[in-house]
Design a protein around this ligand. Structure first.
Ligand code: ADP
Ligand code: MG
Length: 667
């Protein structure tokens, strides 16, 4: 008996749209067909549990993918529940195809701008993305069922007739179209299957019909009835020549003869049917967590620690998030969060589900309840999806704060690595920021880790509500030394995320101010100068004049102070605001812009009126020596602050030589 029919889909609209959609990932048909096979097995297992089906003892549930690179075909076989003729009619001719049609109706207008998250919903139909002809051979598990053969060319008409399949289950065969031959290549097939199917719940085997058979040799006691023996290898007994007591040579057996077998290489499933996230956290060892990390992320650096998410209520969600070790620079942190739906891979880094800052981590999340056959923009507005995202954020904050409370030692040890991630999270997510508020640490000049509260408390008398910080310990060492000498403290904030982060803290905590250690000279360092000290005013004016002239720079900001430390001659301070503005420009890559539009470089040359060299300039006025000293003092201030421009460096070296020459000649 044979029956033909039309699939009620209009060819003019379906193919252009589906092709466009799946263009970037044609490979998705593998996922759809293998997961259909896996679903068919899961259903049969349920029937088995209910006593409605008895599995033959020697049968292993599995999905077998067989590629034939010569014929350009792929066959996907499962030994699941199979379909009767009526079921093919209903599930394939009506549901699968009408499913595709529904899908089209819904999304045809959005095909250009809107990506469909999982491409779910096309399911079986996705086979026509890569195949001109698709056949189904299926035999239902139900007693007395007859095998069915179904085929369709182009996905618009079909033919259905009695089939020949002898074992229960389903085989889908694809006759690939010219553009898709690659998928019958064994290595390509393996790559795609590993991407989508690595954690599917049923073992999946890949087989290349055209490959040379491969063999392995096993010991006699390793043989099972599933092995195909190619050859029995008899290894003769091992012997040695020895001399006996009488001095005669004798042959002694050291190892008895034994049999080995050369067998067809045993197939190995390409997936792990029980991914670590599906187990209960109490049943997982640290070693398993580390292995899983290595395997999934191919990262051979150990993760710092991890969070195992495991919940059934109010929704299903399981997963493991790893905190990777980072390479100090913010820009180089690159995480991946793999999203799964019932152990089927969906995509990496779906920002609608995973909070953006969590994508700096590495992890896998399985959420069976996710509505995946919707578009990304619909997902974005879905309250349920938002809840998932909030839950993940909450769990991460709980874990971190818990660790800070109960395992402070490790928390401090990891802090430098996890800080950029946490700070980014605080900027991005208000709720996360609130939860983490008391668990943000600041490393001070002695290498001690303090909370913001501690920092403010410790320095309350010296500078209320101000936290001094260092971004570069080498560049700012002159200031660090001054601070230490005066018993002042500062915290170290070396990361590029720190600048926006402290801005964020200042916004949230009224009155709080972060000042880089070189931003201003704190009163602790200065002698008090009375407002009406006319003499000092005069000194100040004269010095400023002289320096501006000597340096040939009228715009230079100069400030004269009486510093307690007489040995300091000149220093540079950099306005906090201007510098932050510049940091921001760098961060957003606005190099094309002129920094002066934000009010110049913000640098001030500070001269110490208590210093002998400065006094020399004051007392001698203009002259060749004075000019040299002014230039030298400016360069030294710049140097102590980091670096000199190439031109100034050249001048500095030449001048230093001249000065030394003067020293030499003076004697
Ligand atoms: P979905 O899997 O989302 O239901 P599909 O288009 O992938 O949609 O498949 C449509 C239906 O066809 C399935 O629900 C199932 O009933 C049937 N089907 C597809 N593949 C198989 C298979 N390998 N074994 C048994 N039934 C299948
Ligand atoms: Mg399906």
């Amino acid at each position: 008996m044979s029956r033909t029919g039309n699939l009620s889909i209009n060819s003019e609209n379906i193919f252009p749209i589906i092709k466009k959609w799946l263009y970037s990932d044609h490979d998705i048909f593998y996922r759809e067909l293998v997961s259909n096979g896996s679903d068919a097995i899961t259903k049969l297992k349920k029937l088995e549990l209910m006593g409605e089906y008895t599995k033959p003892e020697d049968m292993e549930y599995k999905v077998q993918v067989t590629v034939n690179p010569d014929d350009k075909t792929i066959a996907i076989t499962d030994n699941g529940l199979g379909m009767t003729e009526a079921e093919v009619e209903e599930y394939i001719n009506q549901i699968a195809f009408s499913g595709a049609q529904d899908f089209l109706e819904k999304y045809k207008d959005k095909a250009n701008e809107d990506q469909i998250i999982g491409h779910f919903g096309l399911g079986f139909y996705s086979a026509f993305m890569v195949a001109d002809k698709v056949t189904i051979d299926t035999l239902s598990y139900k007693e007395g069922s007859k095998p069915v053969h179904w085929e369709s060319e182009g996905g618009l008409t079909f033919e259905m007739k009695d089939g020949e399949k002898a074992e229960q289950g389903t085989t889908i065969t694809l006759y690939l179209n010219e553009d898709s031959y690659e998928f019958s290549n064994e290595y390509r097939a393996r790559e795609v299957l590993e991407k989508y199917c690595s954690f599917m719940p049923v073992p999946i085997y890949l087989n290349n019909e055209k490959a040379e058979p491969q063999y392995e040799t096993i010991e006699k006691d390793e043989l099972t009835d599933k092995d195909t023996i190619i050859e029995t290898i008899v290894e003769p007994a091992k012997t040695e020549e020895k001399e006996n007591e009488k001095g005669e040579k004798e042959t002694v057996e050291t190892e008895p003869a034994k049999e080995k077998y050369k067998i067809l290489k045993r197939p190995v499933a390409l997936n792990d049917t029980t991914p670590l996230w599906s187990k209960h956290p109490n049943e997982c060892t640290d070693e398993e967590y580390r292995d899983f990390y290595r395997k999934v992320f191919h990262d051979y650096k150990e993760p710092l620690f991890w969070i195992h998410l495991n919940m059934d209520y109010p929704f299903n969600l399981k997963g493991i998030l790893y905190f990777p070790k980072i390479n100090t620079e913010y820009d180089s942190i690159e995480g991946t969060i793999k999203l799964y739906n019932n152990q089927v891979f969906i995509a990496d880094n779906i920002k609608e589900v995973i909070p953006e800052f969590l994508m700096l981590l590495k992890g896998a999340i399985d959420c069976p309840d996710l509505p995946l056959n919707v578009s990304r923009s619909a997902l974005q507005n879905d309250g349920f999806v938002k809840k998932i995202s909030d839950y993940i954020t909450k769990k991460v904050a709980d874990k971190l704060s818990g660790m800070c409370k109960t395992d402070r030692e490790n928390y401090e040890k990891y802090w430098d690595d996890i800080a950029p991630f946490i700070k980014f999270g605080c900027i991005k997510d208000e709720k996360f920021a609130e939860k983490m508020n008391d668990y943000i640490l600041f490393k001070n000049l002695d290498g001690k880790y303090l909370t913001l509260k501690d920092c403010l408390e410790e320095n309350k008398e010296k500078h209320e509500n101000t936290v001094f910080y260092v971004t570069d310990e080498k560049e700012q060492s002159q200031y660090i030394n001054m601070f230490k000498k005066e018993g002042l403290d500062a915290v170290i904030l070396p990361h590029s995320i720190d600048s926006p982060f402290i801005g964020h803290l200042e916004q949230k905590n009224e009155g709080l101010k972060f000042l880089r250690i070189d931003a201003d000279l704190n009163s602790t360092f200065k002698e008090e100068v009375r407002e009406d000290d006319e003499e000092f005013k005069k000194t100040s004016e004269t010095l400023t004049e002289t320096f501006k002239k000597a340096l040939g720079n009228d715009k230079l900001e100069i400030k004269v102070e009486k510093l307690k430390d007489e040995s300091i001659s000149s220093m540079l301070t950099v306005s906090e605001e201007t510098r932050r503005m510049q940091d921001m420009m760098k961060m957003y890559n606005m190099y094309g812009m002129d920094p002066s539009m934000f009010g110049g470089a913000g640098e001030t040359l500070v001269l110490n009126a208590n210093n002998k060299l400065v006094q020399y300039v004051l007392n001698h006025g203009e002259g060749e020596n004075t000019n040299k000293i002014c230039e030298q003092l400016y360069d030294l201030a710049l140097l102590a602050h980091g670096s000199l421009s190439p031109e100034r460096m050249t001048g500095f070296v030449a001048r230093t030589n001249e000065i030394m020459m003067m020293l030499a000649e003076a004697k």
